[in-house]
Design a protein around this ligand. Structure first.
Ligand code: PMP
Length: 398
């Protein structure tokens, strides 16, 4: 075992000058544990991943069973394997009829890369429309359609022919035209600080795509898998995307992403060129087994039914003079304070008290709460008290 900060800081590439730096010995349900026995309530689910809690027994058992049969045997799309078969059947059974074909990849950004390529290939068009303040991933294609200009500047040139419009602004929809291959949008903007669009807007967006022949890609990498109270957030807006992307919580703690589309559209990857999208590890059977078990947990434990009630209860406990605004849908929260500085102090104080909250990429004066959907009312009560204590300490020490 090596839990030294020295190894971490010296031999692992760093992405920030102030990493969180807690040492993890093990994790269970809502909690992470350090080797010294200190317990942390993980209120961000490893950034939207462990929605059925850390190490859910049903997920672990499915992984074990798959390990006993086989791990990787072949690149994506050649051998018949049970885990991806079962997962694709299960996932599509929970989606509208048109979304009946899955392409499994390894992460969120890859799901979006595949979706963008599919839209370009299928429409024969080049323009992609995206949204200011959106986040779709950190590889070149997904970064090109992400809205945070500061993060992109150093990596130009990026993909050409990307247009940005404002989220939830009806007038901007006119920029979607017959030149547009696709519109990529988070159903709920996550890293912009939990922005929920109106139902009317989402329906107009769908209609504009229909009228112009642009494909609508809904990125539910952060807001999917029950986080908002329905398995997918788009169910609450009465629209259906042409392509849906998922990742994060999909794997129940293992890395897997997916883009889902209609079988006829997906067939475009088989010709002109053949192997239009390829991946070595996509559809990894261990990850697929974990994802299938995760869907089963959501179903068997009827988690969706309780998301809104838990979200409401949690929100009702969050009262403090420093809180400027709370935006919430289901168990996805953004809590605004007066400045980014206050938020980083709260995160620091939370760390001392044993509660993990975190900021947003494109919205630093807010922190996020996205606890596992399995969180109990007692855990909510205890967690909310810890958060309020962290907030109070941050104000006292300011
Ligand atoms: N889309 C959204 C909405 C996300 O929140 C994220 C991750 N924060 C991604 C895409 C990228 O996912 P990944 O980090 O797995 O590549």
């Amino acid at each position: 075992m090596d839990l030294t900060a020295e190894s971490f800081l010296t031999y692992l590439a760093q992405t920030t000058d102030s990493p969180y730096l807690i040492s993890i010995d093990r994790a269970e349900g809502l909690y992470l544990y350090s080797p010294d026995g200190k317990r942390y309530a993980d209120l961000i689910s490893g950034i939207g991943v462990t929605s059925v809690g850390h190490r859910h027994p049903h997920v672990i058992e499915a992984i074990r069973q798959q390990l006993d049969r086989h791990m990787h045997v072949m690149v994506y799309g050649e051998f018949i394997q049970s885990a991806p078969n079962l997962l694709a059947r299960k996932l599509t059974s929970k989606l509208p009829a048109g979304l009946n074909c899955c392409y499994f990849v390894n992460s969120g950004t890859e799901a979006n890369e595949g979706a963008l390529k599919l839209a370009k290939r299928h429409t024969g068009r080049t323009e992609m429309v995206s949204f200011r303040k959106s986040y779709h991933g950190s590889t070149h294609g997904s970064m090109s359609v992400s809205g945070n200009e500061v993060k992109k500047q150093a990596f130009r040139p990026l993909l050409p022919d990307v247009a940005f419009i404002n989220f939830n602004v009806e007038d901007d929809l006119q920029h979607i035209t017959e030149r547009t291959a696709c519109v990529i949008v988070e159903t709920i903007q996550g890293d912009a600080g939990v922005r929920v669009p109106s139902k009317r807007y989402m329906k107009l967006l769908r209609k504009r795509c229909d009228d112009t022949g642009a494909m609508l890609i809904l990125d539910e990498i952060q807001c999917g898998m029950g986080r908002t109270g329905t398995l997918f957030a788009f169910e609450q807006f009465d629209i259906v995307p042409d392509i849906l992307t998922v990742a994060k919580a999909f794997g129940g703690g293992l890395p897997i992403g997916c883009f889902v589309a209609n079988r006829d559209v997906m067939r475009d990857f088989t010709h002109d060129p053949m192997l239009g999208h390829i991946t070595t590890f996509g559809g990894n059977p261990v990850c697929c087994a974990a994802a299938l078990a995760t869907l089963e947990v959501i179903e068997n434990e009827r988690l969706l039914e309780k998301v809104e009630q838990k979200g409401k209860y949690f929100e009702s406990l969050l009262t403090h003079r420093g809180i400027k605004e709370i935006r919430r849908i289901g168990l996805m929260f953004a809590i605004d304070f007066e400045s980014a500085d206050v938020v980083s102090r709260i995160v620091e104080e939370g760390k001392k008290l044993g509660v993990i909250c975190y900021w947003f990429l494109s919205h630093p004066y807010s922190f996020r709460i996205a606890p596992p959907l399995t969180i109990t009312n007692d855990e909510i009560k205890e967690s909310a008290a810890l958060i309020l204590q962290a907030v109070e300490n941050a104000y006292i020490r300011s």
